[in-house]
Design a protein around this ligand. Structure first.
Ligand code: URA
Length: 216
């Protein structure tokens, strides 16, 4: 299932438009903040799909019958570009356990690339809901590989994917590989370049959030 959070008019569209804007992009802090805000709204929306329990809470004046989250999800992200969305998710799922994965494009002389994963730090994920964040689903290759690594650690109850912008081919690939996952995106674009950049997209999310890296 795919949920485009821009289908309805909301502040999400404002934040996505700022993420895309070459002028606003000069403000790195705003870029990170907008990713964080999208992560927060996605957390709120996903929370409606989770399991809740009744709990009696003692107030100074009596007992209130409240609903509280049964179990916190595990929040996973792909370094480094996923950190902004991840922070937003963690602001709301404030007691969640976290998984971190490195995934990067290892470029070959012919211009193609493989996805290389070299590090995974993961809590117990057996039977848990996992929310994995990655700002851009372009080809979807790194996301799918990251999920495969996570699934090797245990039987995940449900996978939610949170991104700022997804490309249609990437969505199709991810859902072909992970048909039971739900993708929550800030917006959807149709084009992708030969080098795997989404068009119109926003550029390189990691560089815009944290500065240009040396290509090696
Ligand atoms: N990663 C990015 O940061 N941008 C894209 O357009 C595609 C992948």
């Amino acid at each position: 299932m795919v949920i485009n959070l821009s289908d309805q008019h909301s502040l999400i569209s404002n934040w996505v438009s700022e993420l895309r804007d070459v002028e606003v992009q000069n403000d790195r802090m705003r870029f990170r903040k907008n990713l964080e805000r999208i992560g927060e709204v996605a957390a709120y929306e996903i929370s409606k799909t989770l399991a809740w329990k009744e709990k009696e809470i003692t107030t100074p004046l009596g007992i209130a019958n409240c609903k509280v989250l049964l179990v916190q999800p595990v929040l996973a992200t792909i370094l480094r570009a996923g950190l902004g969305l991840h922070n937003g998710l963690l602001n709301y799922f404030d007691n969640a356990e976290n998984a971190f994965i490195t995934a990067y494009r290892k470029h070959k002389p012919d211009g193609t690339f493989d996805i290389s994963i070299e590090y995974l730090s993961c809590p117990e994920i057996d039977g848990k809901v996992v929310i994995i964040s990655d700002p851009m689903i372009a080809t979807g290759a790194s996301l799918v590989k990251a999920i495969q690594y996570l699934k090797a650690e245990g039987v995940i109850k449900k996978i939610h994917i949170v991104c700022a912008i997804a490309c249609t081919v990437g969505i199709e690939f991810v859902l072909r590989e992970q048909p039971k996952a739900t993708i929550w995106c800030g917006d959807i674009d149709d084009e992708i370049t030969a080098k795997g950049y989404i068009v119109p997209g926003l550029g390189d999310a990691g560089d815009l959030a944290f500065g240009q890296k040396i290509q090696s």
